[in-house]
Write a protein that binds this ligand. Structure first.
Ligand code: 13P
Length: 337
């Protein structure tokens, strides 16, 4: 428990959040291809090494979730990336799930794989420097989804994963993502999120998870991507915090949202609204963004080394603005200033 408490102290800090840079090979290839960048071991190393070595991000980023390949890659000075991060006070973590597949017997629902051999893998990752892990379950919203089977099965997977992590002294990030795809209303998203989180915390309780030594990574309560009008940040903040208060025990130290298809500014403005409206929530309300932190930086880089400085400047700005949103001190006029 002592080592997990130390990890939590590193991960959960005022004005800081987590960068999700754990895109799988196909996902990163997709993100790269938008800007005509080929995905090779070297371009992935080069991109992530640049991103992580951005001067100053340690003031806003307390942890980075890595993909397996990255654990053994080196920066341009030959330093292993996890070591370089630790030396700057950024806690390295590792995505351990193996992705989602269709859930048999429950059309439209998915279940995440990767439990087999997990404890052995965690021991290796720990030797390579990882101190926390991430596992994502996804829930699509349709008229019929998620089914009760999916809600229970996914919660069970998250709890089993978290139990294995804690047994190995690794802090689990528990990520139940209610997907933004579809034209459902915000009320429907709120209902689904509440049911999902209830099931997840019930399963975590049954599996004896130490709530003080985990981080929750949920989606925000939002209308579906194809639903108009879009919701005001205050409404997103109010609905999201309402559901979290009903479902997440105060013993959980931090809630770090995923961006889940929100644009960079949208993700920042919504997080800021939560911290501005709710001054003393029982848990920290922070970020663990992938796309919302990286998309502008990736675009600025475009796979060209001459753009390295520009890319790092763009990334630092995004990290800083989200650091401010974590304190409820962000204002849209700060963009580009
Ligand atoms: P996004 O912020 O791009 O949704 O990614 C977060 C993440 O880690 C998904 O598993």
């Amino acid at each position: 428990m002592d080592e997990m408490e130390l990890t939590i102290r590193g991960m959960v800090q005022e004005g800081k959040g987590i960068l999700a840079a754990d895109e799988s090979l196909p996902t990163l290839a997709k993100r790269f291809s938008q800007f005509g960048i080929e995905s090779t071991e070297e371009t992935r190393r080069s991109y992530r090494s640049l991103l992580f070595s951005t001067p100053g991000i340690e003031h806003y980023i307390s942890g980075i979730i890595l993909f397996e390949e990255t654990l053994t890659q080196r920066d341009d000075h030959g330093r292993l990336l996890p070591e370089m991060l630790s030396s700057r006070g950024i806690v390295p973590g590792i995505k351990v799930d193996r992705g989602a597949v269709p859930l048999a017997g429950s059309p439209g629902d998915k279940i995440t794989e990767g439990l087999d051999g997990l404890s052995l893998r965690l021991r290796t990752y720990k030797m390579q420097g990882a101190r926390f892990a991430k596992w994502r379950e996804v829930y699509a919203i349709t008229e019929k989804n998620p089914s009760w089977i999916a809600i229970d099965a996914n919660a069970e997977m998250l709890a089993r994963y978290a139990a294995v992590c804690q047994e190995e002294g690794i802090v689990p990030i528990v990520e139940p993502e209610v997907l933004i795809d579809g034209d459902h209303s915000m009320e429907r998203c709120l209902d689904v999120t509440e049911i999902v989180l209830h099931a997840v915390f019930h399963a975590l309780y049954r599996h004896g998870i130490i709530l003080e030594c985990m981080v929750l990574k949920p989606s925000m309560v939002l209308p579906g991507k194809a639903f108009f009008p879009r919701a005001a940040p205050e409404k997103v903040a109010e609905s999201t915090v309402r559901v979290l208060k009903r479902t997440v025990p105060a013993a959980v130290p931090s809630i770090n949202f995923l961006s889940g298809g929100q644009g960079p500014e949208e993700a920042t403005v919504n997080l800021n609204a939560m911290n501005a409206l709710f001054r003393n929530p029982p848990w920290a309300l922070s970020f663990s963004y992938g796309r919302a932190l990286q998309s502008k930086a990736l675009e600025a880089w475009g796979g060209k080394s001459e753009n390295s400085n520009k890319m790092q400047a763009v990334f630092l700005e995004r990290a800083q603005l989200n650091g401010l949103a974590r304190r409820g001190e962000y204002r849209p006029e700060m963009e580009g200033a």
